[in-house]
Design a protein around this ligand. Structure first.
Ligand code: NAD
Length: 261
């Protein structure tokens, strides 16, 4: 029996079989959880339904987090199928292309800054707030995905790094706000992984190569490795962990690149 047996987990952000959310949903399923998925835009509905079938579920809900109505509607529809929720995974990020390329200031505009923060940061506490009635009374938890660009200036990550810093601060404030209900809030800071979202970042392959060369484990991480840590953090094995940013990055965050050579 897996350590998530009988748990119900909503995983947002599955777009392809390379998505970090896909690795998380698979790992949670392997530990016995029942899964629900969300999608954005009708053209992706069928694709996500296919992933849902693989995961043994038919709960696939539309949820574009830029729309308040869709967030509310997704939780209302979920409530019709499940009387409670044990885990919410936020694996969503977006910034306009010019905001994740080249010089930070060249790509900076009020609109690109707003969009990056709306989709990549605001949506996490917004989803948690909408899901709260379902999360209450169940030793549940919420989890998001962040990146080292929140802590350090990473080439080209730019406005997305600023949005991830807001997201990480949200984890801490959520931990306090949800703590009174016994609900936990955490994040995984994943190392670079080739996904659709990552391919929008200029020269992403250079980052992958650099990590492979310099990280203590001398390689990049996989969506399975992130998924395994996510399944642990969502489970009662992690009942004492909240407000925490856990790095799953082959150790890259702990070194000063270049000083070991
Ligand atoms: P991905 O492209 O597979 O997933 C990104 C998801 O965001 C997609 O499912 C997309 O539909 C969703 N999304 C975008 N706009 C949305 C909106 N308006 N409403 C709802 N969903 C929306 O890429 P991924 O790399 O798996 O990204 C998942 C998360 O992991 C992101 O937050 C990303 O920043 C983070 N992350 C990625 C890496 C990496 O190197 N790939 C590293 C650290 C953190």
């Amino acid at each position: 029996m897996g350590f998530l047996q009988g748990k119900r987990i909503l995983v947002t952000g599955v777009l392809s079989n390379r998505s970090i959310a896909y690795g998380i949903a698979q790992a949670c399923r392997q530990q016995g959880a029942d899964i629900a998925l969300t999608y954005v835009g009708e053209r992706f509905k069928e694709r996500v339904e296919g992933f849902a079938a693989e995961l043994g579920t038919d709960i696939v809900l539309p949820c574009d987090v830029s729309e308040d109505d869709q967030i509310e509607q997704a939780m209302a529809l979920l409530g019709e199928r499940w009387d409670g929720l044990d885990g919410l995974v936020h694996s969503i990020g977006f910034a306009p292309r010019e905001a994740i390329a080249g010089n930070f200031l060249d790509g900076l505009s009020r609109e690109s800054f707003r969009v990056a923060h709306d989709i990549s940061a605001y949506s996490f506490p917004a989803l948690a707030k909408a899901a709260l009635p379902l999360l209450k009374g169940r030793k549940s938890s919420v989890l998001t995905l962040t990146y080292l660009g929140a802590e350090k200036a990473i080439p080209n990550y730019n406005t997305m790094g600023v949005a991830k810093a807001a997201l990480e601060a949200s984890v801490r404030y959520l931990a306090v706000a949800l703590g009174e209900y016994g609900i936990r809030a955490n994040a995984i800071s994943a190392g670079p992984i080739k996904t659709l979202a990552a391919s929008g970042i200029k020269d992403f392959s250079t980052i992958l190569k650099f990590v492979e060369t310099h990280a203590p484990l001398q390689r990049n991480v996989t969506i399975e490795e992130v998924g395994n840590v996510a399944s642990f953090l969502m489970s009662e094995l992690a009942s004492g962990i909240t407000g925490e940013i856990t790095h799953v990055d082959a150790g890259f965050n702990c070194i000063v690149p270049g000083m070991q050579e």
